[in-house]
Design a protein around this ligand. Structure first.
Ligand code: M6R
Length: 607
């Protein structure tokens, strides 16, 4: 996720901006840059680590005591010097940095191009500099207001102009922004740790607000006008806590970021009628209508996302779908043929096995779609089509927010293909679109059930073996819940379809054996209840994940973790959240290194 930094005060801005950007490095980035005004606007930026930017500044310094800085995590356009922020308008009089996504940037860009605007980067951000310049008539605040009025999406935008030296104007729509109040100097940042060394007094800029920053302080207004009185927040956290946004671990922070991740992964890609626009998915309707097989290949959590994809593609699209572990597929001589689509799923886009399986599918004539979180990753470069999740960098080894974003991307892909094939009619498309748009709220509500999850964690923390069951989509989610628990708690657990229990594993269920049951699928509800009864008859301890209005389950299970009622097709997205929290809390109770579990690496780039 991009990092933003700003400074207005008496000191030299460049070193302060650089230092603030270094403190935001933990957010992940692929390029960095700063702009300082001193009569004119001067920009220095470079792909790669902040050290490259520092070297650039050393050989070509800029003086001035007001400036903005940025670390970029690519979303539109690969990491490069040109795509790095800040971006200016063609005259170089206005400069912007930006975090987030401008959903309607293509149409804005086209309109600007018809008026003669030329662009030097592939970013959505550059158009904002053009828009502000076009709207400027002597009042930067008014120009920014009008410019963002034309932009849709979730973002934090920071703007300076040489015409109004001493002033930085910023707006927030969803993406975070804070103001640090120093003594005769003011800071702006996307996150508190960037400036914690200079001040502990902050103003939090909320959604839909605009802030005007000078060295003497900051004033907040509603984007549509009207002053806002914001109380100063005094922060007691230390630097390490601040990086984690006040959470004890990155894993927990990332779990809590999921409502925003869902919003961002959907942003600009779905209308209320269920039409999906996937910017880097380039196959045409003919291909979508004629493809006869979908292969999904991935490892670990991404494979579990693939299990959900398989269910959706078969259920909604009625296309035969195979999901294969990449490390198996690459050596299995798979029957991949031309006319098929291979969806390779990988958060990092660098997992060696996934790359190998994806390349194999391509050499056999399949069209390759990369579903990945990292712009410019090897997988994305190998693919014919790319569907980026927009989870931002995931730091905890245990994947959580990237998984949820993968599921969202799969629903979007199903809508894209299904509408082209005519198998997803308007009613179904609108139903799915409605359900997807409700998800951020649902995920947020599931996060609010933390107290029940902690009680469940206390219940299973000393178990020797734990089983996860479910049917269909619930089984896919159970697989991920089990992996999450293993990774961070080091407890043995195993997931299986609920109907499989009685074919062997039931022998291991005795008094007190925890059996986590995911039960959101109406069509097989009674069947899952039967499995629960089999467990209860052996004295097992059933913890269910079920809809909030499901009264029946309480008659059978020992404990129920509730999630908001949703369309059954989408229920699994929210059901994953309590299972992620459960894994986290068990690991915490057991005192483990949650963000860096033993023996595991974030990205497995060797076979
Ligand atoms: O980067 P990828 O999605 O390709 O990584 C695949 C797996 O290594 C990864 O999902 C792993 O299972 C996670 N640590 C699970 O939390």
């Amino acid at each position: 996720m991009c990092g933003i930094m700003g400074y207005a005060g008496p000191r030299a801005a460049a070193p302060l901006l650089l230092e603030g950007l270094r403190r935001l490095e933990y957010r992940g980035y692929d390029s960095a840059g700063i702009a300082v005004t001193n009569g004119e606007i001067h920009v220095r930026k470079a792909e790669g680590k902040i050290d490259r930017l520092a070297a650039l500044l050393e050989s070509d310094p800029i003086e001035g005591s007001i400036g903005i800085g940025h670390t970029r995590w690519a979303t539109h356009g690969a990491p490069s010097d040109l795509n790095a922020h800040p971006h200016t308008d063609p005259s170089g009089e206005f400069v912007v940095v930006h975090n987030g996504i401008i959903e309607n940037y293509l149409s804005l860009r086209e309109r600007l191009e018809t008026r003669g605007h030329e662009f030097t980067s592939e970013t959505d951000t550059e158009i904002l500099a053009h828009l502000v310049a076009e709207e400027y008539d002597g009042d930067l605040v008014a120009a920014v207001r009008r410019a963002v009025g034309r932009a849709e999406g979730a973002y934090a935008l920071v703007v300076m102009t040489m015409h109004e030296p001493g002033k930085i104007v910023a707006v927030r729509r969803i993406s975070p922004l804070v103001v640090g109040l120093g003594d005769g100097e003011t800071f702006l940042a996307s996150d508190i740790p960037a400036v914690l060394e200079h001040t502990r007094d902050f103003l939090i800029v909320e959604d839909g607000e605009l802030v005007i920053v000078t060295k003497d302080g900051a004033s907040i207004e509603a984007i549509d006008g009207g002053p806002i009185d914001r109380e100063v927040l005094h922060i007691e956290w230390d630097a390490e806590q601040a990086e984690k946004g006040g959470f004890d671990h990155f894993m927990l922070k990332e779990i809590h970021e999921q409502p925003v991740v869902v919003t961002e992964t959907l942003a600009g890609r779905l209308d209320e009628d269920g039409h999906a626009w996937l910017e880097d998915v380039e196959f045409d309707d003919y291909f979508a209508s004629s493809l006869d097989h979908i292969w999904i290949t991935a490892c670990g959590t991404a494979y579990h996302a693939g299990l959900v994809g398989k269910e959706i593609f078969q259920r909604v699209l009625r296309i035969p779908t195979s999901v294969e572990y990449a490390h198996e597929m690459r050596y299995a001589d798979p029957l991949v043929r031309p006319g098929s689509l291979t969806v390779a799923i990988s958060q990092s886009g660098e997992t060696a096995d996934t790359l190998a399986a994806a390349r194999l599918a391509k050499t056999r004539g399949s069209r390759l779609l990369a579903l990945t979180n990292v712009v410019g990753s090897t997988l994305s470069r190998d693919a014919d089509d790319i569907l980026y999740t927009r989870a931002g960098p995931e730091i905890a080894v245990a994947s959580t927010k990237a998984y949820l974003a993968m599921l969202i991307a799969e629903y979007l892909l199903a809508l894209r293909i299904g509408r082209a094939r005519g198998i997803v009619d308007e009613a179904l498309a609108a139903r799915v679109a409605h359900g997807l748009n409700l998800l951020p709220e649902h995920v947020d509500a599931a996060l609010g059930q933390d107290a029940s999850v902690i009680a469940a964690a206390e219940r299973i923390v000393d178990a020797d073996d734990i089983y996860f069951i479910g049917r269909g989509l619930d089984h896919a989610v159970a697989m991920e819940g089990s992996l999450k628990l293993k990774e961070v708690s080091y407890l043995h657990s195993e997931a299986m379809p609920a109907g499989e229990l009685k074919h062997g594993t039931l022998a291991l269920v005795t008094a007190g054996t925890p059996v986590i049951t995911v039960i959101t699928q109406g069509a097989v509800y009674d069947k899952t209840i039967s499995a629960v009864q089999e467990v209860k008859a052996r004295g097992g301890d059933v913890i269910a994940v079920a809809y909030e209005d499901d009264r029946e389950i309480a008659k059978h299970a020992d404990m129920v973790l509730r999630i908001p009622r949703a369309d059954d097709l989408l229920g699994p997205v929210t059901a994953a959240v309590p299972l992620q929290l459960l894994a986290y809390h068990v690991a915490r109770l057991r005192g483990h290194d949650i963000d860096q579990p033993r023996n595991l690496a974030k990205s497995v780039t060797v076979e």
